[in-house]
Design a protein around this ligand. Structure first.
Ligand SMILES: [Mn+2]
Length: 265
């Protein structure tokens, strides 16, 4: 598929960028992400509403707050958000939906500096965005409750301390994190269905489309109006809304896009 110059769509959904990942972790598609954003920018493609569906910033491996205080760190934030801001037509809103990796706070709040940064750029910070057609939520709510969240954050904070005392422990922390905090994603069809049913219940989905990210699985389950936006770690995917039609699109190469699913309400 191709984007026609100057098109205005109803909404853009993207999640799980995990931006600012530590240099030690290189398995991400951020170069490709910037290719996408630059392409949309050059073609003057606009969206009335922009939804960042969580885990946009990677905050679990280090403090994004501390990064933002440094000039270089601020520049990296600007590099992403200048482009995301440009996608908005101005007719709607820009939503920053908080994902589990965006925060290391027990209350799932963004750090104050990141919050201020986003507010200055008119992002609406929320756990869930909802209108008459859709609900957008990151999705970790289907895996964590208040207590397991607090437990995970406690462990995570301890790992941060270990890694900062002795950098060699970073590897250990990373492995521990992958094994115990990051590998709770549903893998079988049954688990996947169960996970989305739980998410549907938690959000009181009703007849709306439920759009989430989190599991990094780019998918659409039409029967229960479920969409997952995928990620920019492996999938290179995003979702576009035109009226009552939702399209899942994958960037297969630079300037090359493939519509992988369509959900019509
Ligand atoms: Mn997540």
């Amino acid at each position: 598929m191709k984007f026609r110059r100057g098109s205005i769509y109803e909404a853009f959904f993207i999640s799980d960028i995990h931006y600012l990942l530590n240099k030690k972790i290189k398995s991400h598609k951020h170069k490709e992400l910037f290719q996408l954003l630059d392409h949309l920018g050059k073609k003057e493609i606009k969206f009335n509403n922009v939804y960042l569906v969580g885990d946009i910033i990677e905050n679990w491996f280090f403090s994004a707050d501390r990064r933002l205080q440094r000039v270089k760190g601020k520049k990296r934030f600007n590099k992403l958000f200048d482009r995301l801001d440009k996608l908005a037509s101005g007719a709607g809103k820009k939503y920053y939906i908080v994902g589990n990796h965006d925060t290391t706070s027990y209350l799932m709040r963004l750090s104050p500096k990141v919050e201020n940064y986003l507010r200055e750029r008119d992002w609406v910070i929320c756990e869930k965005a909802e209108n008459e057609l859709l609900i957008a939520i990151h999705g970790h709510q289907g895996q964590y409750n208040k207590f397991t969240w607090m437990g995970s954050i406690l462990v995570l904070r301890l790992l941060h301390v270990f890694a900062s005392i002795l950098p060699a422990l970073f590897k250990f922390s990373e492995n521990f994190y992958h094994k115990h905090l990051n590998r709770q994603d549903p893998s079988t069809t049954e688990e996947t269905l169960h996970y989305y049913q739980r998410l549907s219940r938690l959000t009181h989905q009703g007849h709306k489309v439920l759009i989430s990210g989190h599991t990094h699985d780019f998918l659409c389950i039409p029967k229960i109006n479920i969409i997952n936006t995928g990620d920019w770690v492996k999938s290179n995917s995003f979702v576009i809304q035109e009226n009552k039609k939702f399209s899942g699109i994958r960037m297969v190469a630079r300037k090359e896009f493939k519509r992988e699913f369509v959900l019509k309400l």
